[in-house]
Design a protein around this ligand. Structure first.
Ligand code: AIR
Ligand code: ASP
Length: 257
C-alpha cells in the first residue's frame, strides 16, 4: 500500500509522502544516521522506530499545552500523520549549556551552563553546510518576516522551557536542541507552527548524574551504543519499558539529588 504513495520530499533522516487528505502528509522515520552534513553516514537498525515514538510523545505533549505543531497522530512503527506546512528554511537551535558547535566556535568549555538560553539560526542548505545566519540575513533575504521570526523565537523559548522540565524530571539535562518551523495556512489565516521532529537526533541530552551522552553525539563521536541510549531516553519518559516496548505510560521519576 505504501509503494504507490507519492513521495513529496526525502531528507537525510525522513521521507514525506502525500497524506490521505489534502493538507496532510505522512512522515516516515528512516534508520539513516548522518552527521557533519552526511560526511558520516550509517544505517542504525531501529533508530527510526524509536525516534517516531519519542517525537510523537514530545509533540503530543506540546500540542496539549497549546504549542501548535504539525503532528496529528502516529500511524504505525515508522510513520506519523502530519499537517502540511510551508517550511521556513532555518534550523533554530536553542542552547542552555555549551557544547558542540558553540563550544568549538567560541572556545568555551563543554558543559558550562550558559548565563541565559541562546537562540541561533542556521540557513538550511546542504550545499553550504547550513551556515549560521543572523536575524538581519533572515529578514533581508525574505526567509522569514520580522513578525514570523518573533513567533519562531517565542515558540522556541516555550519549547525549551517545556523540554527542560520534562527531561529534568527523568534525570536528563537538556543541553541544546534544534527545531524547524513552518507556516500553516487556514483560510485567510497563517500561523507559525512547529514541524519536523524532536528526538535524540535533534537534542543533546546528558544524564544528570553520570554525564553520559544519550543522543546523536554517540554517533558523531563514535561512542557506540546509540540505540541503547535512545531506548533509555524512551524508557525514562515512560514511552517503552524493557519487556513491553509498545505501551505509553507516563514519565518515570528518577532521583536526582
Ligand atoms: N542539530 C543541528 N543540526 C542538526 C541537528 N540535529 C542539533 C544538534 C544539537 C544542536 O542542534 O543535535 O542538539 C546544536 O548542534 P551544533 O552542532 O550546532 O552544536
Ligand atoms: N546536520 C545533522 C547533524 O550533524 C546531520 C548531517 O549533517 O548529516 O546532526
Amino acid at each position: 500500500m505504501n509503494n504507490r504513495r507519492r513521495r513529496i520530499y526525502e531528507g537525510k533522516g525522513k521521507i514525506l509522502y502525500e497524506g490521505p487528505e489534502p493538507g496532510t502528509l505522512v512522515q516516515f522515520f528512516k534508520d539513516d544516521t548522518t552527521a557533519f552534513n552526511k560526511k558520516k553516514h550509517e544505517i542504525i537498525d531501529g533508530k527510526g522506530v524509536i525516534n517516531n515514538r519519542i517525537s510523537e510523545f514530545v509533540f503530543t505533549h506540546l500540542n496539549r499545552i497549546g504549542i501548535p505543531t504539525h503532528f496529528i497522530r502516529r500511524l504505525n512503527m515508522r510513520e506519523q500523520l502530519i499537517r502540511e506546512v510551508e517550511m521556513i528554511p532555518l534550523e533554530i537551535v536553542v542552547r542552555n549549556v555549551a557544547a558542540g558547535e558553540l563550544a568549538t566556535r567560541l572556545g568555551i568549555e563543554e558543559g558550562l551552563v550558559l548565563p541565559r538560553s541562546i537562540i541561533e539560526f542556521y540557513y538550511k542548505s546542504d550545499a553550504l553546510d547550513d551556515p549560521m545566519v543572523s536575524e538581519e540575513h533572515i529578514t533581508a533575504f525574505g526567509w522569514a518576516s520580522p513578525q514570523e521570526l518573533d513567533d519562531v523565537m517565542a515558540l522556541a523559548i516555550r519549547i525549551n522551557d517545556f523540554l527542560t522540565g520534562l527531561f529534568l524530571g527523568v534525570g536528563i539535562q537538556l543541553v541544546d536542541f534544534k527545531i524547524e518551523c513552518g507556516r500553516l495556512y487556514e483560510g485567510d489565516m497563517m500561523r507559525i507552527i512547529l514541524a519536523d521532529e524532536i528526538s535524540p537526533d535533534s537534542c543533546r541530552l546528558w544524564d544528570i548524574e553520570t554525564r553520559e551522552r544519550l543522543d546523536k553525539d554517540r554517533f558523531r563521536k563514535d561512542l557506540g551504543g546509540l540505540i541503547e541510549a535512545y531506548q533509555e531516553v524512551a524508557r525514562r519518559l515512560g514511552i517503552i519499558n524493557e519487556n513491553e516496548p509498545i505501551r505509553g505510560t507516563g514519565p518515570v521519576l528518577v532521583k536526582t539529588d
